[in-house]
Design a protein around this ligand. Sequence first.
Ligand code: SHN
Ligand code: NAI
Length: 220
Amino acid sequence: MSLFMSETAKNKRTEVESNDLFPVFLKLQNFHTLLVGAGNVGLEKLTALVNNSPHAHIRVVATRISADFQELADRFPNVVIAERPFQEDDLDGMTFAVLATDNHLLHRYIYELAKERGILLNVADTPNLCDVYLGSIVKKGNLKIGISTNGKSPTLAKRLREVLNDGLPEEIDEILDDLSAIRESLKGDFSYKVKKLNELTASLVAQKLDNIDGESSKIK
Ligand SMILES: C[C@@]1(CC(=O)O)c2cc3[nH]c(cc4nc(cc5[nH]c(cc(n2)[C@H]1CCC(=O)O)[C@@](C)(CC(=O)O)[C@@H]5CCC(=O)O)C(CC(=O)O)=C4CCC(=O)O)c(CCC(=O)O)c3CC(=O)O
Ligand SMILES: NC(=O)C1=CN([C@@H]2O[C@H](COP(=O)(O)OP(=O)(O)OC[C@H]3O[C@@H](n4cnc5c(N)ncnc54)[C@H](O)[C@@H]3O)[C@@H](O)[C@H]2O)C=CC1
């Protein structure tokens, strides 16, 4: 059997399914985040949260805290752990909650409570209960790329992260710094700035990438 679908099957699929996810980049330090569960998946979620947003305020509630989880949490003063079962008032004051326990019924229960309170929710084992999905993240200094497969294959998202991470030069952040400085120094009205920045990026990006190509061919 072929791994790839026929054109007819593809057309049928696009009729019934669509990718409606709207991507945003959250300033997580402006939220109050609750993480329930501190096992394998809890650790993955905490890693994603603190790697991207080390100043985020995160309350963790879990009956059992793994040693690796505790070790990571200890490095971030804004991560506060309660080692006990979830209780309703854990949701007080929360704006975002990530559920990563091994208890599906508990997730359903917290989902109902969170809905009543308008809390944004991510539920690790149940895409249907999620308001938001976490993505795979490529980070090069100020550049951040979020990858989603619409929940179809987190593993592919992870692989794409590796490909982009290896493929994008670290120097891309220098280009960003240069452009930021130019953007600050430009005088004139909005349309002049837009025109100027578009002209400059056409050559600046090409030139920097050429340099990088040159450097990498020297290494070879
Ligand atoms: C819907 C979503 C909701 C959410 O959790 O946000 C979701 C759901 C589920 N994941 C499951 C399994 C796995 N998840 C991973 C890995 C990641 N999962 C992440 C996101 C998401 N996972 C959201 C969709 C993202 C999208 O749109 O693509 C990443 C990208 C971000 C992150 O978690 O930080 C992170 C990679 C980070 C990186 O490395 O870059 C691996 C691979 C691995 O660990 O090697 C496996 C095992 C292999 C497999 O199953 O594919 C299961 C089945 C559980 C079971 O069977 O018990 C469910 C539930 C279901 O699908 O029903
Ligand atoms: N979205 C994703 O990326 C993935 C999701 N999963 C799903 O995630 C779930 C969790 O898997 P693991 O982390 O491996 O389990 P685990 O057994 O390592 O951890 C479970 C955690 O939940 C806590 N917990 C259980 N009941 C609780 C309660 N009443 N109150 C507070 N905390 C409670 C435990 O104390 C523990 O910290 C599974 O359902 C699995 O199917 C699995 C792989 C990837």
